[in-house]
Write a protein that binds this ligand. Structure first.
Ligand code: LRH
Ligand code: MN
Ligand code: MN
Length: 428
């Protein structure tokens, strides 16, 4: 199933009148504030978010999984699905692979396919949180932290393999997320677990190609429920600082304890030059992996506000200097529709955060005018930027309304006809 340029043009014809009106109104509002609309649209249009290869099928919970049919049966089909999303929104131009869920056996052919769809490979993810069928030693009691050196060596070797797979595809980062930790008090010697993990990470770090980054992803709980060996941004930053310049912290929005101030974490990591990558999702309770922006859109906006402030202060490129990835997948929505919604929510939050009057905010902060600080932020947050985002997409050749086009073209039914109704993609 391919989205044709004429499908996009046809939708544009149908919707352009309404869009023009909304956009003209938006432009008027921005002109009044002396904001350069074209420069804004350019920034929004340049922003790309990587799609995780594990989110293209229906996610499950440990209580069940309800596949909806037409799921990709191979890595090739996953790449085709991401290509389709990208054709619709022109903002999903990258894919993040999880290995061994998605092994690129013929790297050259996979890369060619991705190139033909205008996709690049973002960070590759290793997996030492599950035992694979052909695996010699078990990760039941951890991987890089394990008390048995031979288990640590097996996990290190896997990570180095993942780097090699990534290199062949033109990726330039590895994300290491460990489920290592303990579920009961006394189970672990914390210092030994940290030390073992650090030494193992050092070995992996030593295998990084020159331009590569290592993202150390933290998570407060699950699957271990008493301690996690990379449990918060402090621990991740400790590893990253000790490892060296190529190591960074990765923030997954769902990996914090309730009510954590993620925007402050982001600001400080950026200040230290140690924020490397992002996993976007949303949550009500824990690592729920829900659609981005579906529960706490204001928090997402506040995070983007800090990202822009911090990146601009360091002269960083919004598009290329951090790894922007989605990590969401669940049980009840069509996964492709869900991803379209997630990308849209990210672009909306990004656009709103670009609208913050930073000079005025700075002045209000320096004069302790708390009321104005809130007014300035909420003025940006309460701006309806949907026409702006749609215009950016249109200028890039995407659809004015990607989700509507996906439905109007009955993409899911075509995929079911092509692939069958009983397919189950690999992943969570
Ligand atoms: C862990 C996590 C991590 C994994 C992914 C499947 O909860 O966020 O990023 O690689 O989920
Ligand atoms: Mn994650
Ligand atoms: Mn997670």
């Amino acid at each position: 199933m391919k989205i044709q340029q004429q499908d996009i043009a046809k939708q544009h014809e149908q919707l352009q009148q309404e869009h023009r009106e909304a956009f003209a109104f938006q432009q008027l509002q921005l002109d009044k504030k002396d904001i350069d609309t074209d420069a804004l649209i350019q920034k929004i249009g340049a922003f790309q978010v990587a799609i995780p290869s594990w989110a293209l099928g229906t996610g499950g919970t440990r209580f069940g999984r309800f596949p909806g049919g037409g799921e990709p049966r191979s890595l090739e089909e996953k790449i085709e699905d991401v290509g389709m999303l990208h054709a619709l929104n022109r903002a999903s131009g990258a894919i993040s692979l999880h290995i061994p869920w998605d092994i690129p056996k013929d790297a050259q052919a996979i890369k060619q396919l991705a190139d033909s769809l205008d996709l690049r490979f973002d960070a590759v993810n290793s997996n030492t949180f599950q035992d694979q069928a052909d695996q010699k030693l078990s990760y039941k009691f951890g991987s890089l932290q394990h008390v048995d050196k031979s288990v640590r060596e097996q996990a290190i070797a896997h990570n180095i393999d993942v780097i090699k797979y990534g290199e062949a595809l033109g990726s330039d980062a590895i994300t290491v997320w460990l489920s290592d930790g303990s579920s009961f008090p006394g189970q672990l010697n914390f210092r030994r677990a940290f030390q073992n993990t650090y030494e193992s990470l050092q070995e992996i770090y030593g295998a990084l190609p020159e331009q590569w980054k290592m993202f150390v992803e933290y998570k407060a709980f699950e699957p271990n429920f008493y301690s996690m060996t990379v449990g918060d941004w402090g621990q991740s930053l400790l590893y990253a600082n000790k490892l060296g310049d190529q190591a960074y912290t990765l923030v997954d929005l769902g990996h914090h304890l309730p009510n954590a101030n993620i925007e402050q974490i982001v600001a400080l990591l950026l200040m230290e030059g140690k924020l490397g990558g992002f996993h976007f999702n949303d949550s009500k309770y824990g690592d729920d992996d829900l659609t981005v922006g579906c529960i706490k859109p204001y928090q997402l906006f506040l995070i983007f506000n800090e990202l822009i402030e911090g990146m601009d202060a360091r002269g960083m490129d919004h598009t290329t200097d951090l790894g922007w990835m989605i990590d969401a997948s669940h049980n009840v929505k069509d996964p492709l529709e869900d991803l379209l919604q997630s990308v849209e929510a990210i672009l909306i939050a990004y656009a709103q955060a670009l609208l913050v009057d930073r000079k005025a905010l700075n002045e209000a902060q320096l004069s302790n005018d708390t009321v104005s600080c809130q007014e300035i932020l909420q003025d940006a947050y309460r701006t309806d930027v949907r026409a702006l985002v749609a215009e950016a997409r249109h200028r890039n050749g995407g659809a004015l309304q990607p989700l509507k086009l996906f439905r109007d073209l009955e993409v899911r039914n075509s995929l079911i006809r092509e692939r069958g109704s009983k397919t189950v993609a690999t992943g969570l």
